[in-house]
Design a protein around this ligand. Sequence first.
Ligand code: OAA
Ligand code: MG
Length: 388
Amino acid sequence: MRIVEVRERTFPIASQIRNAFIDFSQMTLSLAAVVTDEVRDGRPVVGFGFNSNGRYGQGSLMRERFVPRLTGADPESLLDDTGLIDPHRAWDVMMSNEKPGGHGERSVAVGVLDMALWDARAKLEERPLYDLLAERHGDGSADRRVWVYAAGGYYHPGKGDQGLKDELQSYLDRGYTTVKMKIGGATLAEDRRRIEAALSILGPGQSLMVDANGRFDAEEATAYLRALEEYDLHWYEEATDPLDYEGTRAVAEARTRVPLATGENLFSHQDARNLALYGGLDPERDYLQFDCALSYGLVEYLRTLEALRPLGWAPSRFVPHGGHQMSLNIAAGLGLGGNESYPDLFQPFGGFPDGVRVEDGCITMPELPGIGFEGKSDLAEVCASLLE
Ligand SMILES: O=C([O-])CC(=O)C(=O)O
Ligand SMILES: [Mg+2]
């Protein structure tokens, strides 16, 4: 078999929201299709992939380097012993002539293509990706029930405390038990008021996370921490710059009870390992949010899991950023702690296949071939448009 063609296009996922660092008025993503010459159910097998929010589309990197390497390679060099596409081999081909370190945004370009390659691979085997992952890289069987939390609570022009409460309440009404809001984009006093408004709507068994998007230096982050420790929060996310391991450690050492979460802006297993070695985080209490779509894909994510295991980090402490179905498959197949979800944002790329409902904070993965994009009709339509 061979890859016949790789297509990619940039799509807007813009909205008027803002976190502590950026607004999303210009946000885009890249959608890619890996078209093969294999046929299943009378149709060519095509794998799809896209990056999650936060890093913009990476079409030029794909066009200039990564796609030509894939399509220009000897087709045999991309296959494993069964004669099917091997995402690990494809990864080596894409990353040929790339120096180590300084990951920039190529990790996003490779992450998009890696997602499409895994989708194709699982479709070639006519099985869900989570099933393939559980067999090859997990403990044999997948757990189709995955915990998800609702991310939102952004700053938005004209949105007062009532608007925030209404938004978060609508997530709870849809079955989520944990909701996330932004902090760090206002004064501490204002954020405290917003947090207290959000907490006021929670019932038993429901919890709130706060996300500072790496806005603070160590001193500000610990000042916020002292305020946040008055509340019973699910976690305090990206308190400091993602690469400021010393700052992360300062927060970790100062906290008494609030769990910390970070990692959505670390893009390699080496960075992840440095966080685990030097960030002072506690593998029994804290969470890691690496997102394969931004960080060289699942091939690299598997390395990250392996690199962190001997440092005490079980897969159950990983709850990826991004709200896409790829990470849902990884969670179900490899026993991650759950996945992020954006019930109303970044559509149609986020979310679940049609008919999947959140119950008691969890979803159950349907049995669809590949990652499952075809089960979400609005997303399937956008994917199909790439092939026209
Ligand atoms: O606002 C963003 O950049 C997204 C984010 O941090 C998250 O989903 O945790
Ligand atoms: Mg975040």
